[in-house]
Design a protein around this ligand. Structure first.
Ligand SMILES: *Cc1c(COP(=O)(O)O)cnc(C)c1O
Length: 330
């Protein structure tokens, strides 16, 4: 499907698919499989590695000299963009929200190690600062390659259409549903396009991390239309065709609460797998709740797509190390 798009190998593919017997037994519902995109490599793993294989290829073909992108201080996307730049000999500028914290930890520490130049947006919006940076660079004869939030444009998203094909090749019995964390929408859009183009009949269900339902459906359907066109498809994705659940937004983006913590502890203690506090912890908490409420039923086979993010655990040591009574029973 994707063969015509230029691609730089940055990720270790295919990532493994594993069955999670102890988690499945503990929840007493469906058979749960996991797709390990936390193991893509590229300085700590995660879903952005796949997108960056296509984005970086376009940057190199177009003779751009600097990858410029934006995100939260603990952005996994920024960390992997810095790694992609390092590996391909490009410069990297990251526009991060707010002001520099007293201590650089988690993803931010890795951004430093990878040699990215950091620009803090302070009181201004990240988009505005990024536009200014890109404009100034062009004016001084440089060739910046701007990458939107999460690498979620048509090209970045196309990587997840290919990823869905990769998954379907790995699983003899196709999962009834695929669940994953959805935020800037590129992963979600790509999986939806991949499902449509490959005739996958299960549900592609994104758990929203920070957007209300209608907003997320709008974002994802727009990217999916463009991404599909890029891949030679013609399907127009309507907003209602995008399956998403926005019931687990908690206290907002990046705020880890009891559900995320429980999900992180369950995956760690039952399967020896680390989730992250911002994305996969929240998506897994949603999945666990949907199983407990019987929305996802016994007898189903489901797949949890691990999208990475584990370096952020080290930016949440305070929240994660305090004892929570009641969870010992696990
Ligand atoms: C970026 C990210 C996501 C969300 O992917 P989008 O394509 O932005 O929706 C999920 N999980 C992790 C760990 C991420 O870093």
């Amino acid at each position: 499907m994707l063969s015509k798009l230029p691609r730089i190998p940055l990720a270790h593919l295919p990532t493994p698919v594993d069955y999670l017997p102890r988690l499945s037994a503990a929840l007493g519902g469906p058979r749960i499989f996991i797709k390990r995109d936390d193991l893509t490599g590229l300085a700590g793993g995660g879903n952005k590695a796949r997108k960056l294989e296509l984005l970086t290829a376009e940057a190199l073909e177009g003779k751009y000299d600097t990858l410029v992108t934006l995100g939260a201080p603990q952005s996994n996307h920024c960390r992997q963009t810095a790694a992609a730049a390092a590996k391909t000999g490009l410069n990297c500028i990251l526009i991060l929200r707010g002001s520099p914290p007293a201590e650089s930890t988690g993803n931010l520490l890795i951004d430093h190690l990878l040699g990215a130049r950091l620009v803090w947006s302070r009181e201004r919006s990240r988009e505005e600062v990024m536009e200014e940076v890109v404009h100034k660079m062009r004016a001084s004869g440089r060739h910046p390659y701007p990458i939107p939030l999460g690498g979620s444009n048509a090209l970045g998203s196309a990587a997840y259409a290919l990823a869905l094909e990769e998954l379907l090749d790995q699983m003899e019995r196709k999962p009834d549903r695929i669940l994953f964390a959805s935020s800037s929408g590129g992963t979600h859009a790509g999986l939806a396009v991949g499902a449509q183009m490959s005739g996958y009949r299960g549900e592609v269900l994104g758990i929203s991390i920070d957007e209300p339902l209608e907003e997320l459906q709008k974002i994802v359907s727009a990217i999916a239309c463009e991404s599909s066109r890029l891949l030679g498809g013609a399907h127009q994705y309507a907003e209602h065709e995008i399956h998403a659940c926005a019931d687990y937004l908690g206290e907002g983006y990046g705020v880890m609460g009891p559900p995320e913590r429980e999900a992180i502890e369950m995956f760690a203690r039952l399967e020896g797998i680390l989730l992250d506090p911002v994305y996969t912890g929240r998506a897994a908490a949603g999945m666990i709740d949907l199983i407990r409420r019987g929305v996802i039923r016994e007898g189903e086979t489901i797949l949890f797509w691990h999208t990475g993010g584990t370096p952020a655990l080290w930016a949440y040591t305070q929240e994660l190390s305090t004892k929570t009574p009641g969870h010992q029973a696990l």
